[in-house]
Write a protein that binds this ligand. Structure first.
Ligand code: ARG
Ligand code: ZN
Length: 465
């Protein structure tokens, strides 16, 4: 199924013309090979992600000029073809693509909306590993989420912060931007030397060049969904510590929030230690927190190994929540956006567990409060009516209520097994709602249909808590 023919400009042009013809015709296969799908048919974001390949590694090399807002990037994407591929897509919003290659050879590319199509000179065979590079530049524009929030590359007074849940990461690098395709990352950041640059994982090098810029390299070894990739560029004060005996903790805070946040930042290793007791081994080789003072960021996010907080949201409950996401959401990642309650329900339940320990508020009281709140009953947690409702209260609070009812049904001992066993079984993988109900039933040793029917799937608020 390899394409024959001569190499060079004529062949590249012919390939480009064929790619355009395929796209224009909406062709899904046939005489000229098989392009990968333009989306993974997520129930809420059908065009997010792409079919036909599985990314192993992203190497992003990014230079940012905060004065102009211009980003210059190269993304090197190493992936395995999961089908024969005559062409494949990457998600990318805005920016200008300058050049693309596949396995070192120039590849024809085409853009339509948020889809970037690359057509290698030769069809990629199922099962082979390939490397695609995209060289791009421009001033990144945030992506507006269906709920009206803005994410992606957010420009701040001094620099930028990038947050991607659910679809923002396509605003700053091309990729397979669906949570089901997790990969390792190396992110290289070049910024004016007065600024600090942080990202996920551990910093493996820092070099100051003669041109007044500093380049840092960040290595995120464990698989990461692209919505959890981040950069923070700005006038941060950074600090390092160790948690759990050997896990490096990198914290960063903008100066105006430094004093107020110092006490809680110091508690991070202790909170992680408590969570390891409850949820089992910490899944990552780095930890930390970043506190921004700029009002650009509207909410905290569990960006992998380095959650980010607006200063106003940096409180104990939110820190507990975002750290719990490292197990629930980041290591065990929702299979689709429909399964987000598995992240938010567990992270909310982690807050309830912590409030019992640190504030003497029994979990039963947190449950009763959530039960009484009418907003929490707008829809079942795994069934937001539209993408605009993905982060609504039922996903969080009703999600946590499902877990509490599970605990009441199976008993404390089995529930503790689930709290540790679930993140162990799906460590660094993806899991769906059905995976969860099946797993809970396997630990319980019995079917739990009644529980799911009422608490997880029921449209109505139950009469009794
Ligand atoms: N997952 C974040 C949390 O920790 C919230 C993200 C909200 N995102 C949004 N697009 N509204 O709860
Ligand atoms: Zn959350």
């Amino acid at each position: 199924r390899r394409r024959g023919g001569t190499r060079g400009t004529t062949a590249a042009l012919a390939a480009a013309v064929t790619a355009l013809a395929l796209l224009a015709g909406g062709c899904t296969g046939g005489v000229d090979g098989t392009p990968g799908a333009a989306g993974l048919r997520d129930p809420y974001f059908p065009r997010l992600g792409n079919g036909g390949y599985d990314v192993r590694h992203y190497a992003l090399d990014l230079a940012y000029d905060p004065a102009t807002g211009r980003l210059d990037g190269t993304a090197e994407i190493t992936a395995r073809a999961t089908q024969d591929l005559s062409a494949f897509n990457l998600d990318l919003a805005g920016l200008t693509v300058d050049r693309t290659t596949v396995d070192g050879a120039p590849a024809a590319f085409h853009r339509a909306g948020d889809e970037l199509t690359l057509r290698p000179r030769e069809e990629l065979r199922e099962g082979t590993e390939f490397t695609a590079t995209v060289t791009y530049s421009g001033v990144p524009e945030p992506v507006t989420d269906p709920d009206g929030s803005e994410e992606g590359w957010l420009r701040t007074a001094d620099g930028a912060v990038a947050v991607g849940q659910p679809a923002g990461s396509m605003s700053w690098f091309p990729g397979n931007h669906h949570p089901s395709d997790k990969a390792a990352y190396d992110i290289t950041l070049t910024v004016p030397s007065g600024l600090r640059a942080l990202s996920n994982g551990v910093m493996t090098s820092e070099k100051r060049a003669a041109d007044g810029r500093t380049t840092t390299v960040w290595h995120a070894a464990e698989p990461m969904a692209s919505y959890l990739a981040t950069v923070m560029l700005g006038r941060y004060e950074t600090g390092t510590a160790t948690a759990l005996g050997s896990v490096p903790v990198v914290t960063a805070v903008e100066p105006s929030a430094a004093a107020d946040s110092a006490g809680l930042r110091a508690e991070l290793p202790g909170i992680l230690a408590e969570q390891v007791e409850r949820f089992g081994p910490y899944p990552f080789s780095a930890a930390g927190a970043v506190v921004t003072a700029d009002d650009t960021l509207a909410y905290a996010l569990e960006t992998q190994t380095r959650p980010v907080f607006p200063a106003a949201a940096f409180d104990r409950a939110t820190l507990v929540h975002e750290l719990a996401h490292q197990w629930f959401g980041n290591s065990v990642t929702p299979a689709t956006w429909r399964d987000l309650w598995l992240s938010e329900g567990f992270a909310t339940y982690a807050e309830w567990l912590d409030a019992e320990e640190s504030e003497d508020v029994p979990v039963g009281t947190s449950f009763a409060r959530a039960f009484a709140e009418e907003d929490n009953w707008a829809f079942p947690p795994a069934a937001p009516p539209t993408a605009a409702n993905l982060f609504d209260p039922p996903v969080y609070q009703r999600g946590a209520m499902v877990l509490h009812k599970l605990r009441e049904t199976v008993g404390d001992e089995a529930f503790e097994k689930i709290l540790r066993g679930w993140p162990a079984k799906y460590r660094h993988a993806n899991a769906s709602t059905d995976d969860f109900t099946a797993y809970a039933e396997s630990v319980a040793g019995t079917g739990l249909d009644e529980l799911w029917d009422v608490w997880l799937r029921g449209d109505e608020k139950p009469e009794h808590p």
